[in-house]
Design a protein around this ligand. Structure first.
Ligand code: PEP
Length: 255
């Protein structure tokens, strides 16, 4: 049985003070449920301060990106060793903003996924189609391509450290949410893809999160879909009450 994961992607938001306040608010209000895991991914400069707030709680913290090489001459980049040093457990990779604004290629995302999992961290691999691709009926072929490249170097045993996030690009930060049926259909496709690439057991085990304008008001329905195992939340993770409402939605699904 898959546990839910509700992850907050704070993107390039907060100040040091507001990051600490937000983490403290989530910690104070979170419901302790054995089948609902909670993760926050603050900007790099505030990871340490957020870690200080969350240490000792069940809430985990992770990074929004990382570089795949060992520490060395990579100006401006952040190594996995550094993230581990700060107690990070997860790294988001292949977010649509990195794919489409920062032009990260499928190949580099694949290398990062490999490095993150090999380092003993959990990779959250984001995949998702553009609106034009959905309208051209290319959603599944785009997902196939992104999954194949993202997981090119990931063995069956390493999938224990993998989470997939389906994030249709047209739904991220736009207020347009995929319908529960659209989300479920993409998630089922991804699960079947994992089943054929690895084994059907692995297809059943890997968690697939939905991301794209999730809020407390739509979380329950989305999380109620059989193949939706949690949410990757952007905007609504920036207010403790909103994020807690989504976590509550997940708790209600497994109550
Ligand atoms: C995201 O950044 O991963 C995301 C899903 O953003 P939002 O919830 O704001 O759409």
């Amino acid at each position: 049985m898959r546990n839910y994961l509700v992850a907050g992607n704070w993107k390039m938001n907060t100040t040091r003070a507001s990051a600490v306040e937000l983490a403290a608010g989530v910690k104070a209000g979170v419901q302790d449920h054995p089948r609902v895991e909670v993760l926050v991914c603050p900007p790099f400069p505030y990871l340490s301060a957020v870690a200080d707030v969350l240490r000792g709680s069940k809430i985990r913290w992770g990074a929004q990106n990382a570089w795949h090489e060992k520490p060395g001459a990579f100006t401006g980049e952040v190594a996995l060793d550094m993230l581990q040093d700060l107690g990070c457990t997860h790294v988001i990779l292949g977010h649509s903003e990195r794919r489409h604004i920062l032009h990260e290629s499928d190949d580099i995302i694949g290398r990062k996924v490999d490095a993150v999992i090999s380092a003993g961290l959990t990779a959250i691999l984001c995949v998702g189609e553009l609106l034009a691709e959905r309208e051209a009926n290319q959603t599944e072929s785009v997902l196939n391509r992104q999954m194949a490249a993202g997981l090119a170097n990931v063995s069956a045993s390493q999938t224990a450290s993998l989470v997939v996030a389906y994030e249709p690009v047209w739904a991220i930060g736009t207020g347009k949410t995929a319908t529960p049926e659209q989300a479920e259909s993409a998630h089922l496709h991804l699960r079947n893809w994992l089943g054929s690439r690895y084994t059907s057991q692995i297809g059943e085990q890997v968690r697939i999160l939905y991301g794209g304008s999730v809020k407390a008001a739509n979380a329950r329905e989305l999380l109620g879909q059989p193949n939706v195992d949690g949410a990757l939340v952007g905007g609504a993770s920036l207010k403790a009450a909103d994020f807690l409402g989504i976590i509550q939605g997940a708790c209600e699904q497994v109550a």
